[in-house]
Design a protein around this ligand. Structure first.
Ligand code: GDP
Ligand code: CA
Length: 318
């Protein structure tokens, strides 16, 4: 039994905690993680979504803040600011910096990101296989029109501007030339089920699907594809997905995101769409919709969600 999950950072990580509960005893879990948020700052290669998943599943995440390391301190950030070293808006923690140093050194030595991720996971033991969507450069840029039209890195838009600069569109720079990382297409092709985590559809799931050949592998694969709605009762729960959806004129509703993904039978990717009980009336043409509570309050609530997603596809795991 093989479960593949496409995931972003915080929402993806929480969801994967629930999926991991099914791992072991013949069930293998592979997470294909967004790299569109990755950025080089102060000479360090930073992979926010891979790190969110790795720290969360490895028990090293700051649960309250939602991102970064537990027990974090900020001396490096303060010292950089004292030098006037830009950018100052990124939350670079001391413990986190060690991860970025190891990663950057390995990348500089010629290891691909997938191998670096595996090496970092030897410490964190996340209990699922973590694969970057691609080893190649893929960066999400945001086209803004303030004061004149320009493209900025997603991180600058998200963190520095709090997603408040109206976005005209998102560009996944490098996606068309990128290949899926080693193991990604095999995992999808050999999966018994593929789950889309309740991650940001616009800047977490879309850049994964934009990697050349990845979406095609998903659509052509034998496994049912079930998405889990990141929108509950018209609200993005945590984060600013509403601002991303507004930029591409998609309603911030479970139906809006379901239709954005679309039915596999009609050029989209979904066979099933799991929505919250508050959205029980949701319909997406060509897609089997089911409802269940989707608040990831704790691990047991998340496990129930995952079970509902597996049930929806008819896949049985005991
Ligand atoms: P990021 O990369 O750190 O922004 O994280 P993701 O893209 O993986 O997930 C962020 C999204 O998760 C948010 O936009 C929310 O829509 C969604 N989300 C967060 N918490 C919950 C939850 O408890 N339930 C559901 N259904 N969605 C959630
Ligand atoms: Ca992210």
């Amino acid at each position: 039994m093989r479960i593949v999950v496409l995931a972003g950072g915080i929402g993806g990580a929480r969801f994967l905690q629930g999926v991991r509960a099914f791992a072991g005893a013949g069930v293998e879990v592979t997470a294909v993680v967004n790299v569109g948020d990755d950025v080089t700052l102060h000479g360090l290669r930073i992979c926010p979504d891979l790190d969110s998943v790795m720290y969360t599943l490895g028990g090293g995440a700051d649960a309250k803040r939602g991102w970064g390391r537990a027990g974090e301190t900020w001396a490096v950030k303060q010292e950089l600011a004292a030098y006037g070293a830009e950018p100052a808006w990124f939350g670079l923690g001391d413990r986190d910096t060690a991860t970025h140093l190891v990663r950057t050194r390995m990348l500089d030595a010629g290891y691909p990101l997938s191998a670096v991720t595996e090496a970092l996971c030897a410490r964190w033991r996340p209990g699922v296989r973590l694969l970057p969507a691609t080893d190649e450069r893929l960066e999400t840029h945001v086209v803004v029109a303030d004061p004149e039209q320009r493209a900025i890195h997603f991180q600058e838009w998200w963190i520095r501007y709090h997603a408040e600069l109206p976005a005209q569109r998102f560009v996944f720079v490098g996606a068309q030339a990128a290949k899926p990382a080693p193991g990604v297409v095999d995992a999808i092709t050999n999966a018994d089920i593929v789950l889309l985590a309740p991650s940001n559809p616009v800047v977490s799931i879309a850049p994964i699907l934009a990697v050349a050949g990845l979406r095609e592998a998903l659509v052509a694969g034998p496994a049912p594809v079930v998405g889990v709605s990141p929108i509950i009762d018209g609200a993005p729960v945590r984060g600013m997905a509403d601002r991303c959806l507004a930029a591409i004129s998609v309603p911030c509703t479970a139906a809006g995101v379901g239709e954005l993904y679309g039915a596999r039978s009609a050029g989209g990717v979904l066979d099933g769409w799991l929505v919250d009980s508050a959205d029980a009336k949701t319909e997406v043409p060509g897609v089997a919709v089911r409802d269940t509570p989707l608040w990831m309050r704790d691990e047991s609530a998340t496990v129930s969600m995952v079970r509902a997603a597996l049930d929806l596809s008819g896949v049985r795991v005991d």
